[in-house]
Design a protein around this ligand. Structure first.
Ligand SMILES: [Zn+2]
Length: 327
């Protein structure tokens, strides 16, 4: 996989900072820091390929030289990609790296090393310090690129030794526009709103088909009232489907919260502010179904469910109680 600067959406500040540093005052260690899913890893790959491209064109890789071809195939001998062996990067992996860095690059101008997601992979001070020490002893043409999420914890030693390149959330319009290429505009707008400026996040939600699950839940809630003979069975079935998305339960709650806000706005006559456009056809039925006070109570139930998930309560139970409350 070969990524060019050009193919990365937005992040102009990062691109400028990186370009400015190339050549004269090239850093030894970079930390690409910002929200998840906004292009940090892609930029790291683009940067690594760029510094070694033999004939760059307009500030970007050429895509055709010997070096670019090797980056594309994933077999560039001077590009090292370090992923944790287990939950974290291990000290043995740093020792391994140290051995490799004792020699100059095989063929490229710079030896490029990418270690992604250090907020999760590199939280032990001992390992981080060993990495930084290894880097100090490495030949000057070594470039280490780390990526880390803004919200995650990153050790102070790393922060103080790396050149920090900031990444930002993309605008809602930008994410929606990009998503529209692969889906209908209503779904694109809804996912963009939930993903909070992260294209990666939006794509994950799309892959997991969270919008379909949410629609299924909303349709069932509209149809099945608490005294319906199928009420109990429906609630259990929906809860079971919901908890299957164990990594995206918060996002599912976000989607349901947005739906409730939309319904409240609709009842108050502000249809132009509705985000869940894909559920618009359900709004007239839903308006009949619940009085306004009940909908505010439902918002409260969603908040409760969110807190319970944070406290690691039994997920199935949390969703069963929630869906009973929302009937
Ligand atoms: Zn090239």
């Amino acid at each position: 996989m070969l990524t060019s600067f050009h193919s990365i959406i937005g992040q102009e500040k990062a691109k400028t900072l990186l370009h400015r540093g190339i050549g004269q005052r090239m850093g030894h260690a970079y930390l690409f820091r910002g929200p998840s899913g906004v292009g940090k890893k892609s930029m790291a790959r683009a940067f690594a390929a760029y510094v070694n491209c033999l004939s760059p064109v307009n500030g970007d890789i050429c895509g055709q030289c010997r070096s670019c071809i090797k980056y594309r195939s994933g077999n560039h001998p001077d590009f090292l990609f370090i992923e944790p062996a287990g939950a974290q990067i291990k000290i043995a992996q740093i020792r391994e790296l140290k051995k490799k860095l004792a020699f100059p690059p095989f063929e490229a101008k710079y030896r490029t090393i990418l270690i992604p997601d250090i907020h999760a992979n590199l939280s032990r001070a001992e390992v981080a310090n060993s990495l930084l020490k290894t880097l100090e002893e490495a030949p000057p043409n070594t470039v280490l690129i780390l990526t880390g999420d803004e919200a995650g914890n990153i050790l102070p030693t790393i922060l103080s030794r790396c050149q920090i390149i900031p990444f930002y959330a993309l605008s809602y319009e930008k994410v929606a526009e990009l998503l529209k290429k692969d889906m209908d505009p209503e779904s694109a707008r809804t996912l963009a709103a939930v993903a909070e400026g992260s294209l990666g996040r939006a794509r994950t939600l799309q892959e997991q088909d969270l919008l379909t699950l949410r629609r299924d839940i909303v349709e069932n809630l509209i149809e099945v009232k608490a005294d319906h003979p199928m009420a109990v069975e429906t609630v259990f079935k929906l809860a079971e489907k919901a908890v299957k998305n164990k990594d995206n339960l918060n996002e599912l709650l976000d989607l349901l919260t947005i739906w409730l806000r939309d319904l409240i706005l609709y009842k108050k006559g502000s249809s132009n502010l509705i985000i869940s456009q894909d559920l618009a056809p359900l709004l007239p039925l839903a308006r009949q179904r619940w009085p306004l006070e009940t909908l505010f109570h439902h918002l409260h139930l969603l908040e409760e469910a969110r807190k319970q998930l944070l406290r690691n309560c039994n997920r199935s139970l949390v969703f069963e109680v929630l869906f009973f409350g929302l009937l």
